[in-house]
Write a protein that binds this ligand. Structure first.
Ligand code: ADP
Length: 266
C-alpha cells in the first residue's frame, strides 16, 4: 500500500484538511514477481538442453568419437536437444509477443468443417505413428469470425497434446457445436469446440495449474515427447484474444477434454 498525503488549503494560511490517497500496489508487485519468476524459469529451461549439448560434445571430443556407434547416438542427442532449444526459444518469443499484445489479430470468417478437417489432416501422420484414430464431429453451416492462423495454432497445440499423451491405439476427437448462454439472444450465439482424448489424463490436483507457463505434470514425459511446457499457456492467451474461454476436464487413466467457448462474431 502506498500512501500519499497532500495538505489542502483555500488560501495561504487557511488549512481545510489533508487529502489522503491510498494506492494499492499489490497488483504491481505481483506482476513484478511473476516476471522475475518467469525469467528464472526461462533460464532454467534453457540451461538444461545447453548442458546436454555441451556435455555430449565434450565427451565426443575427449575420445568417444572413435567409437562410431557411440558417436552416432551422442550426435543424435545433440541434434535433438538443439531442436528442443529452438522450439523453446520460439515458444518463449511467441508467448512474450502474445502477452504484450504485440500481435495484430486478423479476423475473417472461417467455415468450421473445412477448418477442422484441414487441422486433422496436418496431424494425420503424427497420429498414424501411434495408431491413434482422429475423429471429427462438426456441425454443418458453422462459421466463426477468428484469426485463422491463431485458431489453427490453438487446434494444433491441443491436438498434438492429445496425441502425445494418449497411448497407442487410442482416439482423439474434435467436436464443434453452436450454443446459446442462458439469457442470450441469437445474436450472441457461441461455439463450443471440444478436443477430447482417451489418454493418460491429468491428476485432479494438477488441473488448476495446467495453463501456467512451464507447468508439467510429468517433466520427464513432457521432455521425451519434445514438449516445452508452454503450449497450453499460449493456447489460453490465444483463446482470450478471441474473447473466449478454455477449461479442462480430465480423469487419470480415462482421458482429457479441453473445452473452448468462443463468440461466433466479434
Ligand atoms: P507440454 O509441452 O509439456 O506438453 P503444455 O503446456 O502443452 O506443455 O501442457 C502442460 C502439461 O499438461 C503437460 O506437460 C502435460 O503434463 C499436461 N497435458 C496437456 N495436455 C494433456 C492431455 N491431453 N492429456 C494429459 N496431459 C496433458
Amino acid at each position: 500500500l502506498e500512501i500519499n498525503l497532500s495538505p489542502m488549503s483555500l488560501g495561504d494560511e487557511e488549512w481545510v484538511g489533508v487529502l489522503i490517497v491510498l494506492h494499492d500496489i499489490t497488483a504491481v508487485r505481483r506482476l513484478e514477481r511473476m516476471r522475475s519468476e518467469f525469467v528464472a524459469n526461462v533460464s532454467h529451461e534453457l540451461k538444461t538442453p545447453i548442458a546436454a549439448v555441451k556435455g555430449f560434445a565434450e565427451t565426443l571430443l575427449a575420445g568417444a568419437l572413435n567409437d562410431k556407434e557411440t558417436a552416432k547416438s551422442f550426435l543424435q542427442i545433440i541434434f535433438d536437444e538443439s531442436e528442443r532449444l529452438n522450439r523453446l526459444i520460439g515458444d518463449i518469443l511467441e508467448l512474450s509477443k502474445i502477452e504484450s499484445k504485440r500481435i495484430p489479430m486478423q479476423f475473417s470468417p472461417i467455415y468450421m468443417q473445412t477448418f477442422v478437417g484441414n487441422c486433422l489432416n496436418v496431424m494425420n501422420s503424427e497420429a498414424a505413428k501411434k495408431s491413434i484414430e482422429l475423429e471429427m464431429l462438426v456441425d454443418e453451416n458453422l462459421y466463426i469470425e477468428a484469426d485463422e492462423d491463431r485458431l489453427r495454432q490453438i487446434m494444433i497445440n491441443l491436438l498434438s497434446n492429445g496425441i502425445n499423451y494418449t497411448p497407442e491405439g487410442g482416439k482423439v476427437k474434435v467436436k464443434v457445436e453452436s450454443f446459446l448462454r442462458a439469457g442470450d439472444g441469437p445474436e450472441n450465439e457461441r461455439i463450443r469446440l471440444t478436443i477430447s482424448d482417451t489418454g493418460i489424463g491429468i491428476p485432479k490436483k494438477d488441473l488448476p495449474r495446467i495453463f501456467e507457463r512451464f507447468y508439467r505434470v510429468d517433466k520427464a514425459r513432457s521432455r521425451v515427447s519434445g514438449g516445452t511446457g508452454l503450449g497450453l499457456s499460449i493456447v489460453k492467451h490465444l483463446v482470450e484474444l478471441h474473447k473466449g474461454s478454455i477449461r479442462v476436464d480430465s480423469e487419470v487413466g480415462m482421458g482429457s477434454k479441453f473445452i473452448i467457448e468462443l463468440p461466433i462474431i466479434h
